[in-house]
Design a protein around this ligand. Sequence first.
Ligand code: SF4
Ligand code: SF4
Length: 348
Amino acid sequence: MQAPTTQAVIDLCISQGFAIAGVASATRSAHDDKLWQWLEDEKQGEMEWMNRNVDVRLDPRNLVENAKSVICIADRYGILEEDDNSHNSGKVARYAQGKDYHKVMKKRLHAICDTFKQQYPNEIFRSCVDTAPLLEREFAQKAGIGSVGKHTLVIEQGIGSWLLLGAIVTTVEIQPSAPSAPDPCSTCTRCIDACPTDAITPWEVDARKCISYLTIEHRTAIDLAFYEGIGHWIFGCDICQEVCPHNQPNERSAHSVIHEAYAPVVKSLDVLDVLHWDEEARMHHFRGSSMKRAKLNMIRRNAVIVAGNILAEIDNPELLAKIKEIASSPSEDPLVSNAAKVVLKKKN
Ligand code: SF4
Ligand code: SF4
């Protein structure tokens, strides 16, 4: 049976509510050495899973035998808007403010795979959202979704980088889309200059220094050197995207579709509340959210650090009392109580 046209594939993806779609050939990464070096330098921090299946990650044909094409899609999840700067608020990265993107995207990718499977029953269609080892950003660039910026995120020049990426690896050979231009940045260095923990060098992020990694993936104690930089971020960080000129509102971004599932449910978390949470409260607040990636002791550790930064700005006796209680409680999780001790030591 004849392969679908690229436009037919794109139309099917758009009909499922994706903002952008394109097709790339399923070929080996051109950045083999760079990934190996990054891993060798241990810039992945505690993300042990990144050390596994590297050869699969570098070549989708190791993920799906005889893969010929990678259908790339992107959901747009946000726009630049005012933060919630209310009393005690811990900031949440925009992508995590709405429903869990894994579920939102998987459901529609499966629907696309089902449609194709009816037409091509002997072919393979494997959907990927974060969970499969695939260099989604590189394929997105090849498929014309957007260009990778110096902060390593994909930027669609016109609607920006508030994008979540997914893909379908298939054995069907589909004509590739035109790739995006390689460099959306030129001489700009705004994200590098604004990053509070100096995590960015052009086209590389040292995860060990990145607030997104530290607050979401890093399960052990956070180095004191990053406490101040974490500022009010309790889950993730958007600073490098907020300052990017491509993310400033414009005519096109105002009209580009944002899937309704990403409408903010939790824009921020009250740090004093979080410091009182038990597992039941965490489950209640994170139900249906990608924030459940942060375990109870991690989100409370983050809340302690943010509380320390709030206390450096304003007097808040209630918050200070809670930090003291956590620091001195023998039944407290050591990850949280040690962070509280560091905050108190820093304050005195
Ligand atoms: S997410 Fe925040 S900490 Fe990480 S690279 Fe961007 S600005 Fe830096
Ligand atoms: S802020 Fe500037 S350097 Fe950073 S990704 Fe955006 S355009 Fe590129």
